[in-house]
Write a protein that binds this ligand. Structure first.
Ligand SMILES: [Zn+2]
Length: 213
C-alpha cells in the first residue's frame, strides 16, 4: 500500500504510543500539523528540506538514523541550529520485529550517543523504523522515550505513486493535530520535492500552523 491512514483500531490497541495530537476545537493548539521526517540526514535531500521549512518559517521533527548522523554531522548540526526537534530512529534503521530485544535497545542507545542532550524536562523521542516494534520493546522504551507513530504515512517513498496523487491524498486526510511522516531519504526525493512545499502552502493558506513534537 502506498498510502496509509492509521486505522483508529490500531491506535486503540497501542494507546501508549503517540499517533496524533488531536485536541478539542477550543484549544489554542488545535489547528496544528506536525511534520516529521524520517531516515536522514543525507546531503541529497536534508538541506533542501531545511531550506523549504525555513522559507515558510516552519519547524519539524526529524527522526534521524545514527549512521547518517555519524556520516554527516554537519547536517545534524544544521537541524539543531535551524530550531527543529530531533528524535531517535535507531543507528542502523533496524526492524524491531526481526531483532532481539537486547540488540534493538543497544542499537537505539548507539544512536542516542550521537544525539545532543535534550531538554531534561521533555522525554526523548523515538520512532521505530517501519513502525515495527514488539510489545516488550515498547515496555522497555517507554520510561525513557515518547514513542511517536503517525496519523498519516505520506507514501512519498513509493516511486510508483504519482506525486499529484500523493499530495492530494495527504491533503485530503489531514486534520487538526495530524502527525504526518515524510522521508528525507533517496527513495522519497521525487515525491517529496513536489509534495512538501505545496502541502505547507495549502495548509498555511487554511490558517494552520506547524508544530514540533
Ligand atoms: Zn525509517
Amino acid at each position: 500500500m502506498n498510502f496509509f491512514k492509521t486505522p483508529s483500531m490500531l491506535k486503540r490497541i497501542y494507546p501508549s504510543l503517540v499517533w496524533d495530537k488531536f485536541q478539542d476545537a477550543d484549544c489554542p493548539e488545535y489547528k496544528k500539523i506536525y511534520l516529521t521526517f524520517d531516515d536522514g540526514p543525507i546531503p541529497e535531500l536534508t538541506p533542501w528540506v531545511l531550506q523549504v521549512l525555513k522559507s515558510w518559517q516552519v519547524y519539524g521533527t526529524f527522526f534521524c538514523v545514527g549512521n547518517n548522523i555519524h556520516q554527516h554531522p554537519e547536517l545534524y548540526q544544521a537541524l539543531k541550529d535551524g530550531g527543529h526537534r530531533v528524535g531517535n530512529h535507531t543507528y542502523n534503521h533496524i526492524n524491531g520485529w526481526n531483532t532481539e530485544n537486547f540488540s534493538y535497545l543497544r542499537n537505539i542507545l548507539q544512536c542516542e550517543e550521537l544525539l545532543s542532550p535534550s531538554d531534561m524536562s521533555q522525554k526523548k523521542l523515538f520512532r521505530p523504523p517501519y513502525g515495527k516494534i514488539k510489545l516488550k520493546q515498547i515496555q522497555q522504551l517507554l520510561p525513557r522515550y515518547q514513542i511517536i507513530m503517525w496519523d498519516i504515512l505520506s507514501g512519498d517513498f513509493d516511486a510508483d505513486f504519482n506525486h499529484d496523487a500523493c499530495l492530494e491524498r495527504c491533503i485530503q486526510h489531514t486534520r487538526p493535530g495530524t502527525i504526518i511522516i515524510f522521508h528525507d531519504n533517496y527513495k522519497a526525493q521525487k515525491n517529496l520535492t513536489y509534495v512538501l512545499p505545496r502541502y505547507i502552502e495549502h495548509f498555511t493558506e487554511q490558517g494552520y500552523t506547524f508544530g514540533v513534537l
